[in-house]
Design a protein around this ligand. Structure first.
Ligand code: IPM
Ligand code: MG
Length: 360
């Protein structure tokens, strides 16, 4: 059976980094270990430019038919003045909701070879390997009511609603526990239960789901403390499960522990393992088109795609091994560059991963 992979290059550095990830998947297609067809479509600002909408209907139709999506990044300053409904970010949020991609997995792994790229002391981050499981379809990002209203005194008030139902909490909690079962069996649920009712319910439901996973050591942490603990002693964490906005913030923080957000992949999964895979970083419009962006997060996202949506973990292992090889060879894009290494561009880095794969 041939898998259908929808490729959405998106905006900014998106097309450049996506090209490298496609090169990597093409190695497997050429050797016959991956039977897949690519379709291309627009999302984000690219969607607005091509079809007047950040999530065009043509993209939507292809997205509903594919087994997995590989996304570059969306966003750019030229779109910031558009009405909110037409901005690139809205395209991303819409495809996440439309496909029910509620479970966002964001690993933060520090490769030994990159220990010198972290801004934190080596002993704090050496061999860091944690996974953030972020709820992606609900919470304050989507809760109703929301808007900007005019109060009786004529002053305007902005408002959003942080909402979670029991079933929404339950299914993401389950992903958290299942992820912990495949790792070191420790799960930390992050909330703000000392202030927010939505967190009070969150904590109650997470505890209830926990009864089904007696082997997992469950702990709870307030989000402010979690933000502090992530920089103080990040290795205390194995898996973190949290709500949409807390996960947005903590995953950027966790990414930086590893030296560069340019290294970190992510997977957004629905209930039937259809997934969208994208680097955790943004579209970096400041360096777009220069051929200097780090393609490794996108290449590692393609590796996650092979594992979670196509059930080809042996190919995932090969990509991850190839990335370690190029790092060991001393190749570095600007974001992870330190003196004494070889500075390379986007395509050179992708070519090096391809070469390492072919040697295996
Ligand atoms: C992310 C991004 C998005 C989010 C933006 C671009 C809408 O920051 O994927 O973390 O907030 O979810
Ligand atoms: Mg974010």
């Amino acid at each position: 059976m041939s898998h259908k992979i929808l490729v959405l290059p998106g905006d900014g550095i998106g097309p450049e980094i996506i090209a490298e990830a496609v090169k990597v998947l093409d190695v497997f297609r050429a050797e016959g270990s991956l039977n897949a067809e690519f379709e291309y479509a627009h999302l984000g600002g690219a969607g607005y430019d091509a079809a007047g909408h950040p999530y065009p209907e043509a993209t939507r139709i292809l997205a509903k038919q594919c087994n997995a999506i590989l996304l570059g990044a969306v966003g750019g300053p030229q779109y910031d003045t558009l009405p909110r409904e037409l901005r690139p970010e809205k395209g991303l949020l819409s495809i996440r909701t439309d496909l029910g991609l509620f479970a966002n997995l964001r690993p933060a792994i520090l490769y030994d070879e990159l220990a010198d790229a972290s801004t934190l002391k080596n002993e704090v981050v050496a061999r860091l390997d944690l996974m953030i499981v972020r709820e992606l379809n609900h919470g304050i990002y989507f809760g109703q009511p929301r808007g900007i209203r005019v109060l009786e005194n004529g002053e305007r008030q902005g408002y959003n609603s942080a909402t979670y139902t029991e079933s929404q909490i339950e299914r993401i909690a389950r992903v958290g526990f299942e992820t912990a079962m495949q790792r070191n069996k420790r799960l930390c649920s992050v909330d703000k239960a000392n202030v927010l009712e939505v967190s009070e319910l969150w904590r109650e439901i997470v505890c209830k789901v926990g009864e089904e996973f007696p082997e997992v050591a469950l702990s709870h942490m307030y989000v402010d403390n979690a933000a502090m603990q992530l920089v103080r002693a990040p290795k205390q964490f194995d898996v973190i499960v949290t709500s949409n906005m807390f996960g947005d913030i903590l995953s950027d923080e966790a990414a930086m522990l590893t030296g560069s957000i340019g290294m970190l992949p992510s997977a957004s999964l629905n209930a039937s393992a259809v997934g969208m895979y994208e680097p955790s970083h943004g579209s970096a419009p400041d360096i777009a088109g220069q051929g200097i962006a780090n393609p490794l997060a996108t290449i590692l996202s393609a590796a996650m795609l092979l594992r979670y949506s196509l059930q080809l973990p042996q190919l995932t292992d090969r990509v991850e091994a190839a990335v370690k090889i190029v790092l060991k060879q001393g190749l570095r894009t600007g974001d992870i560059f330190v003196a004494g290494r070889e500075k390379v561009g986007t395509a050179q880095m992708g070519d090096a991963v391809v070469a390492a794969l072919r040697m295996m």
